[in-house]
Design a protein around this ligand. Structure first.
Ligand code: FMN
Length: 250
């Protein structure tokens, strides 16, 4: 089974593509699915998630606390990131045995800090990721062990520990979320939130204090009616939307 966490679809695409190439199935990690997982001898355990502040999302970390893996199981993880993953995969390997860890560079969705990439840059990243994921799947199918091919980036250790600390302490607050008059109360934000942190009442969303910062609510709002403080006002939105033909350049 491949377990994935995803806000805007990059990691979901990676998980589903890997599942297709390795003849496996996928399960999305959400608050609802945070249940104990037992991986038996000869079974495989795949994990796919986006990088947040050079580390794994808090919900993925919580999910792993309930995973028990037989020593004879095959385990691997793939992270998706806009640029680099820092020490995230090293920390993951410190927590549990991993036969393979890889990173996939994909379009960056962190619009709290950055503008979205232009279409050409984003599509090129997806095309490169598609080539790379075939290679990753081949290694998984061959049950290769000791694989570690991760784009860690410069100052990886410092970024993970210092950036990660500040991110969890200050950047995951729900307070800056707000909806504009364009909000129709459609409820999509409530549905897509993996941590059940949003309640739509009286045609308006309200955020509680368990935000993962996946930004699914902002990016997926059909009316572009959700902002996070002032920083997202001038930034575009991104959701993985590429067809097979686009990715394969047909
Ligand atoms: C809160 C947050 C923090 C992020 N931090 C990083 C980072 O440290 N390094 C990086 O390369 N990309 C970072 N990104 C970009 C995402 O990792 C990347 O766009 C990922 O593919 C999104 O996956 P998803 O579409 O499955 O949600 C961050 C995105 C978010 C929302």
């Amino acid at each position: 089974m491949i377990y994935y966490f995803s806000g805007t679809g990059n990691s979901e695409w990676a998980a589903r593509t890997l599942a297709g190439l390795t003849n496996d199935r996928v399960t999305r990690i959400t608050k609802k699915t945070l249940q104990p997982v037992m991986v038996g001898e000869g079974e495989s355990f795949g994990l796919v998630f986006p990088i947040y502040a050079w580390n794994m999302p808090q919900m993925v970390s919580d999910f792993l606390k309930n995973v028990s893996v037989h020593t004879g199981a095959y385990c691997y993880a793939v992270c998706t990131c806009g640029a680099d993953a820092g020490w995230a995969m090293r920390l993951l390997r410190g927590r549990m045995h991993m036969d393979g860890v890889w990173s996939l560079v994909m379009p960056d969705n962190y619009i709290v800090a950055y503008q979205v990439e232009d279409d050409e840059t984003a599509l090129n990243k997806v095309r490169d990721a598609n080539v790379r994921i075939q290679q990753i799947a081949a290694q998984i199918n061959a049950r290769k062990t000791g694989c570690a091919d991760v784009q860690s980036g410069k100052f990886a250790l410092v970024k993970t520990f210092i950036g990660g600390h500040f991110f969890n302490k200050y950047a995951r607050s729900s307070k800056p979320f707000r909806s504009s008059y364009d909000c129709t109360g459609c409820g999509l934000c409530e549905k897509v939130c993996p941590s059940e942190n949003i309640l739509v009442a009286g045609d308006m969303p309200f955020w509680s204090d368990d935000c993962q910062q996946c930004l699914a609510c902002i990016h997926r709002c059909p009316k572009h009616a959700i902002e996070y403080g002032k920083s997202t006002e001038k930034h575009g939105r991104y959701v993985f939307h590429y067809s097979k033909d686009q990715i394969e350049g047909k």
